[in-house]
Design a protein around this ligand. Sequence first.
Ligand code: CUO
Length: 700
Amino acid sequence: IFYSYGSSWSLSFETPCRVQEARGIPAVTMATEQSQVLELFEKPFRGPSGGSISFPTGEGIGTRIGTGARPPPELGYATSLQRGRVFSVFIRAHRRAARSLCEYFMRARNIGELTSLANACRNLVNEQLFIYCLSSVIIRKPELRRVRIPTVVETFPSKFASQEMLQQAGNEINRNPARTEPIVINQEFSGTLIKPEHRLSYWREDYGINSHHWHWHLVFPVEMDIRRDRKGEIFYYMHQQMLARYDMERLSHSLNRVLPLTGFREPIVDGYFSKLTVNNSGRAWGTRQDNTTLKDIRRDDFGLGFISISDLELYYSRLLDAVHQGFIQDRQGNRIPLTDDPPNRGKRGIDILGDAFEADAELSVNYPFYGDLHNFAHVLISFSHDPDFAHREEVGAIGDPATSMRDPTFYRLHKFVDEFFQEYKLQQRPYNNEELGLPGVRVVRIGVLQDGVPNNLRTGWNQREFEAGRGLDFGGSAPIRLRFTHLDHRPFDYHLQIMNTLPAEKDVTVRIFLAPTLDERGNRMSFMDQRLLWTEMDKFVTKLTPGENKLVRSSRDSSITAPPEITFRELEAGREITSGTQAGVEFGQCGCGWPRHMLLPRGMPQGMDFQLFVMLTDHAVDKVEQVIRGRPCTNAVSYCGILDSKFPDARPMGFPFDRRNPAMINGNVIQTAGELAAQFDNMVMEDIKITFVGNQLQRA
Ligand code: CUO
């Protein structure tokens, strides 16, 4: 079959149970399977003797604590991680353990077998590793596609709510075990506003973006023998887009765009104190003071040998050489050209560089030479407070994808990573008229409409509750509900008026971007200055009839967002999909995707100027022929791809803003995005405002 970015007009909603029943699988079987899975995910820290947690002995890796029983050999390295400690995909020894455990789970042919395998090892392996591999296998295996994974916010509430909050809740339950009404605690953030950076705490500590990042790294794992189409490129693009969104948010607070780390020898300006615990025993994440200097590390408790800053500098220098020389060398010394215009749709340079920089030892062209730069950088920063385990301190929050986006330094690190990719991108030729244009198709007008108001979008605070008790060891029958305050907006529609002057129908890809109009100084931006602020809002395919076409597209159908997190309670009640455009379980989400409530930047109370950029391209050029296998996970395609299938847009990710602008078009000098749009009928820009109304946002 042929698949591409979906059009919301052609798909209807169908409940999962109906889909399954139609295939002869009774709903009751599904419910039983789902409840078996929920049982595996509930209270992951409950120990072999009803909740005990093992404390580190100082040896960590290689030390097995728990039942005393010898682990079965088929678990391989899976038991090499201590229980009660952090599991991090940024650490190679942990990835090796994950691969063993995932391979062990992959033998399951159905939910019953998975449950048996899981119950046989759950007291022998690290709790976070256990949940990671269960989640990974449930997403990957076609035989398990009928069940859903509950939100990681409820499985590991200690990664999303402060120890103080959870402790208060526990105390309340202890005081009154018969309590039936929920305990509601309003969220507090980790810092105070005395530090201007903390104006962004609500954004960095949002449960949705952190959950997305956890899922993203679950779906695009490193060294797990899983092949994902354009993985290196999507690593670059998804993180670049998160930075663009962060910068939009910063400008909404009159803060400058984030600055990159300038190397590994300068003090790290921003500290971070997460207030979170890594498990229910109160073991805290490592913290970092402002202006901490990085040091060489040796953390045998994490299976990390000696990692020096010089190693990272060497890797960086070699990678930069590759960019500047225009080729990268494999282990046999072959020179592989780096270009984003490879012949015969070969692997793009950005994809090769992404694999080498992240890095993935199995995908990097030369892992021993180009190293493990990005992962090591996470590791080095996450151990900067205790590089040699002298203080027996735990890894910092930047060492785990579920918590790393809380730390302001995450963005400086990833800005450093992105500057490398941009160094490469700016060496690519600009797009030409043929690539940018679409003769015969004209975008006449675009705009947005929210609650009947044109081109002025409102954002404000909303709240969402989760049951923390699902992931905690304490508490009786009373639900421990946590109420998170988060940014949100009312849904809105894009309205597009398009003229197709061709004599026939035309399939087009509609690309919608948003960027702030003004820079930090209040000036309009050049194309090159604004280039990295353009955030993808939506991308979809539609068929234009000859003549005038009026399209209405809902913000809810965005190609970057996922539907709201699914809770234990909702899954128990049989809810699998609340809304969305994809039908049935097999086209359901896998948790990856930017949270819908964070689609818009905050804007300003007095209104902030933004620009919408809409571009139509020829779908005949964009399309990718492919067969969808397994569970496609087609939500948030632009950030998460389609599982086990090709990325459904042949153009470079970020097109057309991933490259420098053409200097001239049709004899006209191009210096701004507006000047570019003015030269092409298939592009248009529109000024809009985003106004932050605080608590006045009506609940959606
Ligand atoms: Cu997602 Cu560094 O890759 O955090």
